[in-house]
Ligand binder design. Sequence first.
Ligand code: GZL
Length: 350
Amino acid sequence: MKSMKKRIVFIILICVMMVAGCANGASRKVADEGTGETKEELVTIGFSQVGAESDWRKENSESMRSTFTRDKGYELIFEDAQQKQQNQITAIRTFIQREVDYIVLAPVTEDGWDTVLGEARDAGIPVIIVDRMVNVDDDSLFTCWVGSDFKLEGKKACAWLKTYLERQHVNPSDVKIVDIQGTIGSSAQIGRTTGLRDAVLENGWSLLDAVTGEYTQAKGREAAARLLEKYDDINVIYCENDNEAFGALEAIEAAGKKAGGNIRAGEVMVISFDGVSEQALDNLRNGSISCIGECNPLHGPRVRKIIENLERGETPDKYEYVDEDIFSGFEDITEITVDGTSYPVKIMGK
Ligand code: GZL
């Protein structure tokens, strides 16, 4: 009787565990090598993160950490590369040695990944690219990518700028722009820079100079100060993320100028990207930053959906683009058009 009772209890336990496991949407049931009994195993994810250079990055890291928790059936191994590609390559090799179930890579720049992604493929470990893109000869080196259309972000911000300048009757030949770029060679920098350069050519604006701010406030301030010293006719500073814009605002004030939209009165307009912090949204409300192209950092749930698909043996989309808005504090521009498509502008109330 006893053994029968034990067997019934055992079967009930397995059923409970399987139901609980399904509810989690992760963890795997595996046979214990010793006893042969079924046991739960967490899905292990090795995540190589760029660093902690910006508010966006911190939000992105938090999104990944709060999504891949043990109670949801995951073990997350988080490696911060401090913005160095070699650290990411080392982290990926460590993940391979630890035989993780998935590798998630947020690549600092686009080039230089073919060899290490080949090692991950040879080890049979799926690689999900998140945020920025990798530039590889063979796209079977990664399973899929999820992130932003950075060139569209740049186009939207420049479409807003064009609309604004026309409303203010500013002559295109009087528009003198400097570009504080992101990390050179990163997809976000390449896309936002290209969006600006195309708009400069299309609209007859002047792009006086471009200098990297490495997506940080300190470097953004240094770059803006140098440019304001070098050129006395700058009236638009295009910052490739909010932290650079915060630095540029400090430099504008230190140069005895005023940040704002009234270019004809000598104000310096600041354009930016991300829109993830209250500080950025407050700058929109007080007009010191005129427009922000949204860049959404909340990739944790998106990556989890991809992994759950893969766990079920399904094939995710190779490329998944995130829909994003554009923000401003100037109430009279409520939509912009890019390549024939209209996009609403989210007005940040005072
Ligand atoms: C964009 C992301 C960029 C952000 C910056 O998806 O890669 O890197 O715009 C961040 O804030 O540092």
